[in-house]
Design a protein around this ligand. Structure first.
Ligand SMILES: [Zn+2]
Length: 154
């Protein structure tokens, strides 16, 4: 049976069946890591994970660290936090100092970036840019081509 591991609070549980849209019962975050191979995960015991506020504190601290070290914009930690938890950071953790991110948080961010790129590619495919377009000539000239002929998209 696969093991479901929350990337934010470390809660882990074995499940019978992996479903789409699974959300952590502890911190409410989706997109858990699904581990199927016992050889790559030494600790298979169920874990309750960090209290939600503690997971949020650690996440915000990690995001601040990433901002400092990767030169992201000032709003990055808070925006990414909202992207992950669906809400702004609670007051009591706003001032948390930067702290090296966990491997799980980095993995989550890498997944998000990959998904974003994939989506962008799909959108570009669905709506190919017009490469060149002939100008529509003044009316009546030349008579053998109408406006539609000239507007043909390449
Ligand atoms: Zn969680």
């Amino acid at each position: 049976m696969p093991l479901i591991v929350c990337l934010l609070c470390d809660r882990q549980r074995e499940v019978f069946r992996v479903q789409s849209g699974m959300v952590c019962a502890n911190c409410g975050v989706g997109d858990p890591r699904i581990v199927r191979d016992r050889r790559i995960w030494s600790d298979w015991e169920p874990k309750d994970g960090l209290p939600k506020i503690e997971a949020q504190r650690r996440t915000l601290a990690g995001l601040k660290w990433i901002q400092d070290n990767k030169g992201h914009k000032k709003g990055f930690p808070v925006a990414k936090f909202k992207d992950i938890f669906g809400d702004w950071p609670p007051r009591e953790i706003e001032a948390v100092p930067p702290e090296a991110p966990t491997a799980s948080l980095l993995r989550r961010i890498a997944w998000d970036n990959m998904r974003w790129k994939k989506q962008r590619r799909a959108e570009e495919k669905a709506e190919p840019k017009v490469v060149a377009q002939f100008p529509i000539p003044p009316e009546g000239l030349p008579s053998f081509m109408n406006a539609d002929d000239w507007a043909v998209k390449l």
